[in-house]
Design a binder for this molecule. Structure first.
Ligand code: KG4
Ligand code: ZN
Length: 351
């Protein structure tokens, strides 16, 4: 079975061809980063228009690189939630048009489910070890940060154990980078600069780091950086900027690693999986691997191309749905809400 996947939920237009085992025949990502960089974040209307320009060529390129034509495809999967609705609509309409014209089944995929299952996508010839259900997944991206218990590859078996009460972890990386004048997206830049920084020079702490709760918060640490910059200005030297990056990244990754390991121990599962753009962070991977090993946990980190937004994970999640006999109708809608149950309430105050 071959599935064509289409992704347009945020600022990447993606198309991929993947088989039922998750083997990638092609995976095209057209990034809009340059388009949004001057605004320090994604401008929804610009994103929609760019998806519209790119979706046709990106799909054609995915089919070409896979060496197949649309008649060889067994189904079309598309991200239909959550995300920017105008952006999602472009992918959904393209997928409907292609599926209808070619007489293929259509399946909508929740972007978060795509990130959770991205670890099963296989990009190389070697058969990497795969996690076994049930496992715990930390999904940390620009729009979402949550820890899930995953009993099976379907939304009803993916249960939120805790999530951020405010900003997503990636959002905090992006905002801190913006405060430091480093550009967008901030995650990869901070990841790079933090390597040479001395974290002990700058005292920053991640709130909610202690205690048993699996809820998280990232807006407080961003505010600490904002207050520092407000008081002292943007650090003048490269080493002072690197020190802020190192301290911020250390606090955030320590918090994420401790929460996901805590979740695995509490749920009595052996496998820990990372997903989402922030899972590309090298310090996070190192901390989760080290902390997990202490407790005898196995840790699984998808390759970078599977962490950040891509259509291969959407095609794979669609293949799983098709394999379970599920198909959507032509009335499939784009919506900003995830299909996954949310437990964590946004905002401050006692629970
Ligand atoms: O999953 P993704 O590509 O898009 C969303 O669904 O949001 O995640 C993008 C986010 C951005 O906030 C970006 O700064 C962050 O992931 N990110 C990173 C790294 N690479 C990307 N954060 C920390 N370290 C990285 N190496
Ligand atoms: Zn994403």
């Amino acid at each position: 079975m071959l599935v064509l996947g289409i992704e347009s939920s945020c600022d990447e237009t993606g198309a991929a061809v993947v088989d039922a085992q998750g083997a990638v025949l092609s995976d095209i990502v057209q990034s809009q980063v340059a388009l949004h960089a001057r605004y320090g974040g994604v401008v929804p209307e610009l994103a929609s228009r760019d998806h519209l320009r790119n979706v046709g060529p990106v799909v054609r390129e995915a089919l070409r690189q896979a060496g197949v034509s649309i008649t060889d495809i067994d189904g079309v999967a598309v991200t239909n939630r959550p995300g920017l609705v105008g952006a999602l609509l472009v992918g959904v309409q393209a997928a409907k048009g292609i599926a209808w014209a070619a007489g293929k089944p259509l399946v909508g995929v929740d972007h978060l489910v795509g990130h959770v299952l991205a670890v099963f996508v296989r990009r190389g010839p070697e058969a990497d070890p795969l996690p076994e259900f049930p496992f715990v997944c930390l999904l940390a991206s620009g729009g979402h940060t949550a820890i899930y218990r995953v009993d099976a590859p379907r939304p009803s078996a993916i249960v939120e154990l805790g999530a951020t009460r405010d900003d997503a972890a990636g959002e905090a990386f992006d905002k801190v980078a913006k405060l430091l004048g480093l550009g967008y997206p901030g995650g990869p830049i901070i990841d790079r600069l933090a390597v040479s920084g001395d974290a002990s020079r700058v005292a920053l702490s991640a709130p909610m780091a202690h205690g048993d709760s699996l809820e998280m918060s990232f807006s407080g640490i961003k505010t600490q950086v904002a207050q520092r910059v407000g008081r002292d200005g943007v650090p003048a030297t490269e080493s002072a900027v690197a020190a802020v990056c190192a301290s911020f990244q250390s606090a955030v990754t320590t918090l994420l690693a401790s929460k996901v390991v805590k979740a695995a121990l509490r749920e009595r599962v052996r496998d820990v999986v990372l997903g989402g753009g922030v899972a590309a962070n090298r310090e996070l991977r190192r901390r989760v691997a080290a902390h997990g090993a202490v407790h005898g946990l196995r840790t699984f980190f998808p390759p970078l191309a599977s962490c950040t937004d891509n259509a291969a994970m959407i095609a794979y999640a669609g293949a799983v749905r098709l394999g379970q006999g599920e198909v959507d109708g032509w009335d499939l809608v784009a919506t900003s809400e995830t299909v996954l149950d949310r437990k964590t309430r946004k905002g401050r105050g006692r629970r």
